[in-house]
Design a binder for this molecule. Structure first.
Ligand SMILES: O=C(O)CCC(=O)C(=O)O
Ligand SMILES: [Fe+2]
Length: 256
C-alpha cells in the first residue's frame, strides 16, 4: 500500500476568497468531512432532538431521524434543518474540514466568549429552500454539498442595497461586472458566497451540506464598512484590531 498523502487545501484557499459567487466543481471531494455527509453515517444520530423549520419557516422540534426521512420521502413534510450549529451537533465533523480552511476565519482568533460559532450542518428534503438573504455580519461563506442538488441565485451587493438587505453605501458602486448569477451545486462541489451578495437557495432534491462563514483579509474592508454604516463602533473597531493583528503576522496564517 502506498503511504497516505495528506490532502493539501492550499490550492483552493484563494478560490474560497474570490469576489464573485462561484461553484468550485469537485473541490470538496477530498475533504475528509465530505465522506461523513451521507445519510447512513448521520443515522447514527437519528435519535437526537433538533430544531428544524416547517414549510412556513416556523421552528419545529423533531428527532434528527425525522429530518433524514425527508431525504427519501415520496411526499416530504417540508422540514429543513438549516440552523444547526456543527459544534453542537458533532464537533468531530468540523475537525474533518481541512485545517487551512478552518483557519480562514480570522475571528477564530478572538477570545472564546467573543468568537462567532459560524459553521452549520444543513439537511432538507426536495422543495425546501432558504429565502433571499445576505449572510450574517457581512461575512463570506463556503458551502460543501454532501448529497443531493442545490440551485443558487445570487445578486450583487448593489442589488442587496436596493432590496434593503444591506445598508446603503456598503458595496462599492459600479464595481460589480455581473449583477446576477445562477448556478447548480452537485455533490462534492463548493459554492462560494462573497460578502454582501444576496442569495436564495433551493433544494432541487434532498440535500446534506455543511457551510461556514468567515471574515479575513479578502473581505475585512467590506465587513468594516458594514459596521461603520450601521454605526456599530464596537464591531468596527474589533474588526480593525483583528486585521491589524493578522497584518503583523505578515501572511503567515491562512486567509492570506
Ligand atoms: O443551502 C441553503 O439553504 C442556504 C445556505 C446559505 O445561504 C446559508 O447558510 O447562509
Ligand atoms: Fe447564506
Amino acid at each position: 500500500m502506498s503511504p497516505a498523502v495528506a490532502y493539501d487545501a492550499s490550492a483552493v484557499l484563494d478560490r474560497l476568497c474570490g469576489p464573485t459567487p462561484t461553484v468550485l466543481r469537485g473541490a470538496g471531494l477530498e475533504w475528509p468531512v465530505y465522506r461523513e455527509l451521507r445519510e447512513a453515517r448521520l443515522r447514527e444520530s437519528a435519535d437526537r432532538p433538533v430544531t428544524a423549520e416547517d414549510p412556513e419557516r416556523r421552528p419545529v422540534n423533531v428527532r434528527f431521524g425525522e429530518v433524514l426521512d425527508e431525504l427519501r420521502a415520496e411526499r416530504p413534510r417540508g422540514l429543513y434543518l438549516r440552523n444547526q450549529r456543527l459544534s453542537e451537533f458533532d464537533p468531530t465533523l468540523w475537525n474533518l474540514v481541512p485545517r487551512a480552511v478552518r483557519r480562514l476565519n480570522w475571528l477564530l482568533a478572538l477570545p472564546a466568549g467573543e468568537r462567532p460559532d459560524w459553521a452549520w450542518l444543513m439537511v432538507g428534503g426536495a422543495g425546501t429552500s432558504s429565502p433571499m438573504h445576505v449572510d450574517t455580519m457581512a461575512s463570506a461563506a463556503w458551502n460543501l454539498l454532501g448529497s443531493g442538488r442545490k440551485k443558487w441565485s445570487f445578486h450583487s451587493p448593489e442589488r442587496s442595497e436596493e432590496w434593503r438587505l444591506l445598508p446603503p453605501g456598503v458595496g462599492v458602486r459600479g464595481s460589480y461586472e455581473v449583477r446576477s448569477i445562477e448556478l447548480v451545486q452537485e455533490p462534492g462541489d463548493i459554492v462560494v458566497t462573497p460578502s454582501g451578495w444576496a442569495h436564495e437557495v433551493h433544494n432541487v432534491s434532498g440535500t446534506i451540506s455543511v457551510t461556514a462563514n468567515f471574515v479575513n483579509r479578502s473581505n475585512l474592508g467590506f465587513a468594516r464598512r458594514y459596521f461603520e454604516v450601521l454605526g456599530d463602533t464596537a464591531n468596527h473597531e474589533a474588526l480593525g484590531a483583528v486585521g491589524a493583528a493578522f497584518d503583523r503576522l505578515d501572511g503567515e496564517c491562512a486567509g492570506r
